[in-house]
Design a binder for this molecule. Structure first.
Ligand SMILES: *[C@@H]1O[C@H](CO)[C@@H](O)[C@H](O)[C@H]1NC(C)=O
Ligand SMILES: *[C@@H]1O[C@H](CO)[C@@H](O)[C@H](O)[C@H]1NC(C)=O
Length: 386
C-alpha cells in the first residue's frame, strides 16, 4: 500500500510546475526566503500570489501557492470588481485582496512577474492575415471569443475556423486561420506546365498531354488577378519557337488554341534542361512573372531524364517555387522501369508527385481534379505575397 502511494505521488509530481509556497508572510521577501519551493500537482498548472491587507497602514499578508489555472483566473478577474469599497483589490483600505497567477516555474517569487504584468491567462494575439477582420470579445484573455471575417473573394481557411476561444491552458481552441482566395477557382499563382515531347510519348500520347493540360487549366480562373499560365515543350532541347510565356496576353480561348497547336516531334528527354530554362527565362522578371504571385511548376514526363533533375528542381524550390511532377508509366513498361526517383527529385516531396500507371489513358479530367486537390490543399500557403 505504501509503495503504491509513493509511486502515485512520484508520478503526480514528476513534471510538476514549481511554485513558491508560504502563508501569512509579512512581505514578499519574508515569503520568498522562508517559504518552500514546491512541485505542484498535475492539475495545478499555475502559481498564485495573494496579497491581503488587514489593517490600515503599509502592512499586508502574503500567501503563495500552486493553483489550478481556472480557479486562479477566477480569483484574478475579481481584482478590479467592486467589493464593499471601490474594488476588491485596492491599495488604500483594509480587507483588500489582490490575486494574480502566472504559469512558469518559480514565477511567483517577488511580485513583479505576477502583478507587474497582466497576469491572467492569455492566449497571444489572434491575427488573420490579408484583409481579414478579427473581433474578440475580451482581447486575448481567457474565455475571449474571436470571430474572423474575410473580404470577398477571400474566405476563411480552414473553413470551420471562423471563431476561436482562449482556453484555460493559454491556447486558442483553433489554430489561427487565414483569409485566402478559394482554390482552385481564384488562387493567385504563376503556373508553368512543362511537357515532355520525347519520341516515347507518341502522337496519341501527346494529344492526351495537351487535352489534360486544358482540363487542368479549365479548373482555374485565368487572368492577372488569379492564374497566369506558361507552357514549355521540350525533348532533348526546349522548343523555344513555341513557348507560351506567362505574359502571353491570351484570353482563355486563345490560350487553349495555342496549347492545342503545340507541335509534336523530336527525341531525347533532358528534363533538367527544361527546368533550368523555366527558372532562367519563364520565371525571370520581364517575362510576365508576377512578384506577388506564388510560382507553381508542374512537370509531365513519361521517362527517365537524360540529365540531372535534382539540382535544377532544387534551385527552383530555393526561389520559393512549388514543384510538382506527374510521371506517366507506359503501358508496356518493363518491370524495372522506375521513374519515381526522378519524380521525387523534381517534386521534392512524396505528396507532390504522382505516378500514372497504365499509360496515358488515366490522364483525364478526374486526374486533373485529383492533382488540383493536392495543389489546393493549403490555401493559406498560396495567399499572395505582400
Ligand atoms: C496586374 O496586377 C497588378 C497588381 O494588382 C498590377 O500592378 C498590374 O498593373 C496588373 N497588370 C495588368 C497587365 O493588368
Ligand atoms: C542547371 O543550372 C545550374 C545552375 O546554372 C547548373 O549548375 C546545372 O548544371 C544545370 N543543369 C542542367 C541539367 O542543365
Amino acid at each position: 500500500m505504501n509503495t503504491v502511494l509513493l509511486m502515485l505521488s512520484l508520478i503526480a509530481t514528476a513534471q510538476g510546475l514549481r511554485c513558491m509556497t508560504c502563508e501569512n508572510a509579512r512581505s514578499h521577501e519574508d515569503c520568498d526566503s522562508q517559504g518552500v519551493m514546491r512541485e505542484c500537482l498535475e492539475n495545478e498548472l499555475s502559481c498564485a500570489i495573494e496579497e491581503r491587507k488587514v489593517n490600515y497602514g503599509p502592512g499586508r499578508l502574503i500567501f503563495k501557492h500552486c493553483k489550478q489555472p481556472l480557479a486562479c483566473n477566477n480569483n484574478y478577474i475579481q481584482n478590479d470588481r467592486p467589493a464593499w469599497w471601490p474594488i476588491q483589490c485596492n491599495d488604500k483600505f483594509p480587507n483588500s485582496v489582490c490575486r494574480c497567477c502566472c504559469f512558469e516555474d518559480e514565477c511567483n517569487i517577488g511580485h513583479e512577474r505576477c502583478f507587474g504584468k497582466a497576469a491572467a491567462i492569455s492566449c497571444g494575439n489572434q491575427e488573420v492575415v490579408r484583409g481579414g477582420i478579427t473581433t474578440c470579445s475580451d482581447g486575448n484573455r481567457f474565455r475571449s471569443k474571436c470571430d474572423f471575417q474575410c473580404q470577398a473573394p477571400a474566405q476563411i481557411y480552414p473553413p470551420d475556423s471562423s471563431s476561436s476561444v482562449c482556453l484555460e491552458d493559454g491556447s486558442w481552441s483553433k489554430p489561427a486561420p487565414c483569409c485566402a482566395n478559394p482554390c482552385p477557382s481564384l488562387v493567385v499563382v504563376d503556373l508553368v506546365i512543362i511537357l515532355d515531347s520525347s519520341s516515347s510519348v507518341g502522337e496519341a500520347g501527346w494529344q492526351t498531354l495537351l487535352s489534360f493540360t486544358r482540363s487542368l487549366l479549365s479548373l482555374y480562373t485565368l487572368g492577372n488577378n488569379s492564374v497566369e499560365v506558361a507552357v514549355v515543350r521540350y525533348n532533348a532541347e526546349v522548343d523555344t519557337d513555341n513557348i507560351i510565356p506567362l505574359d502571353n496576353g491570351f484570353n482563355r480561348d486563345e490560350l487553349f488554341a495555342a496549347i492545342s497547336s503545340l507541335p509534336y516531334d523530336g527525341s531525347g528527354t533532358r528534363t533538367g534542361n527544361a527546368i533550368n530554362f523555366t527558372r532562367e527565362f519563364i520565371l525571370e522578371n520581364g517575362h510576365g512573372h508576377r512578384e506577388f504571385a506564388h510560382d507553381l511548376v508542374v512537370v509531365l514526363t513519361d521517362g527517365r531524364s537524360q540529365d540531372d533533375v535534382a539540382v535544377p528542381s532544387r534551385l527552383l524550390r530555393e526561389r520559393g517555387v512549388m514543384t510538382y511532377a506527374i510521371g506517366i508509366r507506359p503501358d508496356q513498361a518493363p518491370d524495372n522501369f522506375d521513374i519515381r526517383n526522378d519524380l521525387l527529385n523534381i517534386a521534392g516531396s512524396e505528396d507532390h508527385f504522382f505516378v500514372v500507371e497504365d499509360g496515358f489513358s488515366r490522364l483525364n479530367a478526374d486526374f486533373a481534379e485529383e492533382i488540383t486537390r493536392e495543389i489546393c490543399s493549403d490555401p493559406c500557403g498560396l495567399t499572395p505575397h505582400l
